[in-house]
Structure formats: structure tokens, C-alpha cells
Design a protein around this ligand. Structure first.
Ligand SMILES: Nc1ncnc2c1ncn2[C@@H]1O[C@H](COP(=O)(O)OP(=O)(O)O)[C@@H](O)[C@H]1O
Ligand SMILES: [Mg+2]
Length: 374
């Protein structure tokens, strides 16, 4: 009897850590992703990126990154040249090819991971990768541009104003005057390009606002002041897909602190999740439709989590943001919402990898050169 030929396993590099304030969150997410990748289907190559931006491979790279002990590891690289595809280790200043790669799975939240920079490298390298492309990532990450694009497409967002650090340094009083013109306190001051609530302040009066602006400006050269949405619930929905994305059931975040701050998200771990959210059916439909529209508007791919405010009195729905690489531990909102919708965590990871391959196939059908005939 002929022996069955085993189909080759997909070689997946999982990238984690990174240069953002969400480094530690990324390590937690990556641990769950790696555990869920079926060894019968995938050969997994973990790649750790340090706070300084150095790439490492080697035994127990995740644990070693967690402990900050990278001495025994090899530096790693992928090249932006399609002719040098694959994962390389750097040993004694020589590049040693470890493997070809079928898919890159960036489990990197925030700056230099979720903002299009890493995605640019992957595009140049011409390898399939999980999640949104360059534009979707960059627009999803930039709270100011994101809102401009949403408003232009009729998707409701909270009123905001954008300031540059140079303006803030030149005339803080003028910045405060313009910010206060948005409406009554509370106002929120945010760096344009961060995540995990880092650098975000809820400002209840003018003195808070001054401090909040300085804090946000220390994290980014552009600062957003937003009108506070008061007396609102925070509803989130997971989106999955490329051109025909699907939305999960809605979930509600129940922040343990005054707002959903970094501490309440990750430090005290006491923010509760209510899945599915106890909201009227028509509100749920509206939120899911808005999530898919926002997703398509910025040309997302793979996945995103859409976060909304639901005003308690008016029932009005306001989009807060789209996270193109949402928290991905097994107890994070993104996978839990899919679980409640009937897609288990391992199935979700399978689908994301398939979506990455589909997108690459589609890209390969795109004409990239136009040569004029002689
Ligand atoms: N305009 C707003 N009105 C009310 N609460 C807000 C507003 N903006 C942010 N928040 C609160 O701050 C949290 C973090 O803000 P968000 O813009 O989602 O930043 P991040 O990208 O860091 O998650 C939100 O989950 C919410 O609790
Ligand atoms: Mg948020």
C-alpha cells in the first residue's frame, strides 16, 4: 500500500515584543498564539524583538525576552529583498539562513508593529503576513487621521482637535482656548499615535488639561484633544476577513477605574468583560454594521477590534477606534468575542493565516510594472 504523503507544514514566524509601550502585552499575546498553532499544521519560528528593536531567535526566545536575558540568543533578520526570502540568524557576523517562510505573524501592538512600519518591511520582503497592510495599519494607529477619514465617510466619532507640539510650545493658552471650544469638561488629551491608554488623560478642568497636554506631547509630536463622551458604555466588536469581513457579537468593557486606563487594562486586571453585551438587538446590529464599514473604509485585512461608546441616555453610538492588532491572549476581548460567536481560538489563528495567504495570492495577481512598448 502506498504511504500517504504528508502535506508540508506551513512555516510561520511569530514576531513579538517590539519597541512600543505594549511590549509586555505583546509577549502575553504571543504566548497564546504560539500555543494555539497546531504543530501538525505549522512549523513555528518565534522571533523576539527587544525594547531596543533588536531581533532574536533561539531556544526559549519568549522566556528569555521576558527575563531580559538575550545573551545566548542569535540576532535575527529578514531582508527587504524578495531574492533573500526567509528567516536568517546572524552568527559571527555571517547571515545563516534558518528557514524559508510562508507566513509572518506579527503579534506586535502599537508603534513599530501595528502602525504600518513593520508591514512595509513585509511588503518589500514579499511574504504573506497576518493582519492589515500598510495603509490600514497606519490609519488605524493615528487617532487624528483615523477620525478625519471616519468623519469624511459619515461614521460618528467624538469631536476633536489636533495640535502639534510646536504649537503647544509656542502658545499653550491658545491651544487651551481652542480645546475648550470643543465643549464642556471632561476633555481627553491623547498622543496621536500610541495605544494601551499610554499618555492619555481625562481632564476635568483647565489645570488638568494643561498637564494632560504636556503629558501627551511627551509621547508624540501630535496631540489630540477630544470631547469626553459622558455617561456612556464601552462596547467592542471583533471583525475578521479581507474583502468580505464579518463582525462578531458585541462585548462590553466594564472599566474598574475612572476610565479604561493602562492600569485597569493590564495592571490590576479587574476590568470585567460582558459577552455578549446586554444591549438592544437593533443597537447591536448598528454597531456591527458600523464596525464593518469602518474596517472597509481604511482597507483593513485579517482582523481588527472596533471600540465604540454607547451613550446611555440618547442610545447614540460613537466609534472610538479600530485596533488592527488587538490584544490576543486567550482571555482578551478579540478572541473571546469570536469564541462567543462560534470561532474557537485555534480556529481563529488558522483563519488569520489563511486570510494572510489569500491576500498574498491576490497581491501576486497585481500588475506592478508598466513598461512602455518600444
Ligand atoms: N472621548 C472620550 N470620552 C470618554 N472616554 C474616553 C474618550 N476617549 C478615551 N476615553 C477612555 O479612555 C480609554 C482609552 O482611550 P483610547 O482612545 O481607546 O486609547 P487606546 O488606543 O490607548 O486604547 C477608552 O477606553 C475610554 O475609557
Ligand atoms: Mg482603546
Amino acid at each position: 500500500m502506498p504511504t500517504a504523503t504528508l502535506s508540508p507544514k506551513l512555516r510561520v514566524a511569530v514576531l513579538f515584543g517590539g519597541r512600543s509601550g505594549e511590549h509586555e502585552v505583546s509577549l502575553m499575546s504571543a504566548r497564546s498564539v504560539i500555543a494555539a498553532l497546531d504543530p501538525a499544521k505549522y512549523e513555528v519560528f518565534p522571533v523576539g524583538i527587544t525594547h531596543d528593536g533588536n531581533w532574536f531567535v533561539g531556544e526559549n526566545v519568549l522566556e528569555k525576552l521576558e527575563q531580559g536575558k538575550t545573551d545566548s540568543l542569535d540576532h535575527a533578520a529578514i531582508f527587504p529583498e524578495p531574492g533573500y526570502q526567509g528567516l536568517y540568524a546572524i552568527r559571527n557576523t555571517q547571515y545563516v539562513k534558518l528557514t524559508d517562510l510562508d507566513v509572518l505573524f506579527p503579534v506586535l501592538h502599537g508603534t513599530f508593529g501595528e502602525d504600518g512600519t513593520m508591514q512595509g518591511l513585509f511588503e518589500l520582503a514579499d511574504v504573506a503576513y497576518v493582519g492589515a497592510g500598510v495603509v490600514g495599519s497606519a490609519v488605524g494607529m493615528d487617532k487624528g487621521i483615523f477620525k478625519d477619514v471616519m468623519r469624511a465617510n459619515g461614521i460618528p466619532v467624538a469631536d476633536w482637535a489636533m495640535f502639534r507640539r510646536s504649537e503647544i510650545e509656542r502658545d499653550m493658552n491658545e491651544v487651551i482656548r481652542k480645546a475648550e471650544a470643543l465643549g464642556d469638561y471632561p476633555l481627553f488629551a491623547k498622543p496621536a499615535n500610541l495605544g494601551s491608554s499610554v499618555g492619555i488623560s481625562k481632564c476635568n478642568n483647565r489645570s488638568d488639561l494643561g498637564e494632560g497636554i504636556m503629558e501627551a506631547a511627551s509621547f508624540d509630536r501630535r496631540v489630540l484633544i477630544e470631547r469626553g463622551v459622558v455617561n456612556a458604555r464601552e462596547i467592542e466588536v471583533s471583525v475578521l476577513g479581507n474583502d468580505e469581513p464579518l463582525a462578531s457579537v458585541c462585548g462590553e468593557v466594564l472599566p474598574s477605574r475612572e476610565f479604561y486606563s493602562y492600569e485597569s487594562k493590564y495592571v490590576d486586571g479587574t476590568s470585567g468583560l460582558m459577552i455578549p453585551a446586554q444591549i438592544p438587538e437593533e443597537t447591536s446590529i448598528q454597531i456591527r454594521e458600523l464596525a464593518v464599514r469602518a474596517y472597509k473604509t481604511i482597507d483593513c485585512a485579517g482582523m481588527a477590534r472596533a471600540d465604540f461608546f454607547l451613550e446611555k441616555e440618547s442610545g447614540r453610538v460613537i466609534l472610538n477606534e479600530l485596533n488592527t492588532l488587538p490584544g490576543f491572549t486567550s482571555i482578551s476581548m478579540y478572541p473571546k468575542l469570536w469564541n462567543a460567536t462560534g470561532v474557537s481560538y485555534p480556529e481563529l489563528v488558522d483563519r488569520l493565516i489563511q486570510l494572510a495567504l489569500d491576500r498574498k495570492t491576490e497581491r501576486d495577481h497585481t500588475t506592478r510594472e508598466f513598461r512602455r512598448s518600444q
